[in-house]
Design a protein around this ligand. Structure first.
Ligand code: BGP
Length: 483
């Protein structure tokens, strides 16, 4: 149907999003070092391991499967994949650079030229089709050595290693790339500090003090990235990336309303408040005190605070998949799963096959609130429905459920734009099927492009277009009027 009411700006950035560790494969090719993501097994063990004391640094393939090692073999299929993105009409393509491809250990002085060459090729391939690259500098991985030998982001030394990495990336690609994101879903460390912060229980712990220290170091590193980018070219824009789960009070009980306010501050806003406003928010002491901590427990220097103030991010990017509800008075015990964090079941919402609550209105609320709060452009860099797809006898994949999900969320973005929020783009997650971050498996698919590969790593790797491919192509060509 044609939606005449939704008017997206002419230069709206339609596209799709992926991450190196979930699609590239080629995990040990051309001098790439291992990353923390390579050490995470597939299947149920994946998230248990983040809590347990048995993290396997040796990467023992006889013990676990490591689906990231193959990904969807984008390392050897990038031309074909980008050609398909171009056919859909992408204006932008969000992908991440694997830090350990550029600095295999993370602490070297000189980068790995072969790793840089791979991204030269990916970027040039995008530009060939007029697709603007949007680069995530760190998407749920860091060189494994930095987690194992340095203890992850709780160690201040990582700031200078990251700085060196960012400098190399900006100097190499800054004349071709306009948008960079610093740390993917930086706030997700409150639930799973292993992927983004490299904090492992068997290596000094993932306790809250370490998580807050790691965040602080990442905030400083984010400001340094902004400085490096702006020194190179003041027009480059650097954004933060927040996992945003719109949060509702379960009912009008003031206790639940207050708990919801605090949940919003602690989960949805804390990291963004520092990265966008350039200072720790007023509620920081209350948040720290939940874990018996004060600012004195953290290593925060006056120089750090000055840097945060001087180099906030230029725009805000979010992932949005679902909303959550907060209930503290014990009137319901029904819960749902979620994008790294679940919550109380909201009786007004349907859930996905993975029990994530589907809530397009929550996206409109998120965008309205974020724009009110920060007054900076907002980029929705992840959104989508993880589902099991069926390939019919005729080879086609009729994924109307995905189209329904995307349609309702795009509509919500249009409504938020009409509300006055400045939303600059939309890159649905896993525009091509890839390895799931939470399950480490292939069968949870988000793509508009199907990849023939199963959870056991078997398949031809053949790419085929789903029904949603043709639908999204039309959405883009009509600038969101056809939904
Ligand atoms: C986000 C991550 C992505 C991605 C997505 C979907 O949290 O940034 O890396 O995978 O969620 O999650 P999943 O793959 O677990 O379904």
């Amino acid at each position: 149907m044609i939606n005449e009411e939704t008017i997206f700006p002419k230069d709206f950035l339609w596209g799709g999003a992926t991450a190196a560790n979930q699609l590239e494969g080629g995990y040990n090719e051309d001098g790439r070092g291992l990353s923390i993501a390579d050490a995470l097994p597939g299947g149920k063990k994946r998230f248990e391991i983040t809590q347990a004391d048995d993290f396997d640094w040796t990467i023992d393939a006889s013990k676990y499967k490591y689906p990231n090692h193959l990904g969807i073999d984008h390392y050897h299929h990038y031309k074909e994949d980008i050609a398909l993105f171009a056919e859909m009409g992408f204006k932008v393509y969000r992908f991440s650079i694997s830090w350990s491809r550029i600095f295999p250990r993370g602490d070297e002085k000189e980068p790995n030229e072969k790793g840089l060459k791979f991204y030269d090729k990916v970027i040039d391939e995008c530009l060939k089709y007029n697709i603007k690259p949007v680069i995530t500098l760190s998407h749920y991985e860091m060189p494994l050595v930095l987690a194992k030998e340095y203890g992850g982001w709780k160690n201040r030394q990582l700031i200078s290693f990251f700085e060196r990495f960012v400098k190399v990336v900006i100097e190499r690609f800054g004349h071709k790339v306009h948008y960079f994101l610093t740390f993917n879903e930086i706030n997700s460390a409150s639930q799973h500090p292993i992927m983004g912060q490299g904090l492992v229980p068997s290596n000094g712990g993932n306790n809250k003090q370490n998580v807050f220290q790691a965040w602080h170091n990442q905030f400083v590193a984010s400001s340094k990235a902004v400085k490096i980018a702006h020194d190179f070219d003041p027009s480059i824009e650097v954004g933060c990336m927040i996992l945003y789960a719109t949060s509702y009070a379960y009912n009008s009980d003031p206790k639940n309303q207050l708990a919801n306010l605090q949940n919003n501050q602690d989960f949805n806003y804390f990291c963004g408040d520092v990265q966008v406003r350039g200072q720790y928010p007023a509620y920081t002491d209350r948040l720290l005190s939940k874990y018996g901590l004060t600012k004195n427990d953290l290593d925060i220097t006056a120089e750090d605070l000055a840097l945060l103030k001087t180099y906030p991010v230029d725009f805000v990017s979010i992932s949005y998949y679902m909303s959550t509800a907060v209930e503290t008075t014990g009137i319901t015990d029904q819960t749902v799963a979620g994008n790294l964090m679940g919550g109380v079941k909201n009786p007004f919402l349907e859930v996905s096959d993975w029990d994530w609550q589907i809530d397009p209105t929550g996206l409109r609320i998120a965008l309205d609130e974020l724009y009110d709060r920060y007054q900076k452009p907002i980029f929705v860099v992840e959104n989508g429905l993880g589902a099991k797809d069926k390939v019919e006898a005729n080879g086609k994949i009729y994924d109307e459920y995905r189209i329904d999900y995307l349609r309702s969320h795009i509509k919500a973005i249009g409504e938020a734009i009409n509300d006055g929020a400045k939303v600059i783009g939309y890159t649905p997650w896993g525009c091509i099927d890839l390895v799931s971050a939470s399950t480490g498996e292939m069968s949870k698919r988000y793509g508009m492009i199907y990849v023939d590969l199963d959870d056991n790593g078997k398949g031809t790797l053949r790419r085929s277009k789903k029904e949603s491919f043709y639908w999204y192509q039309r959405v883009i060509s009509t600038n969101g009027r056809y939904l």
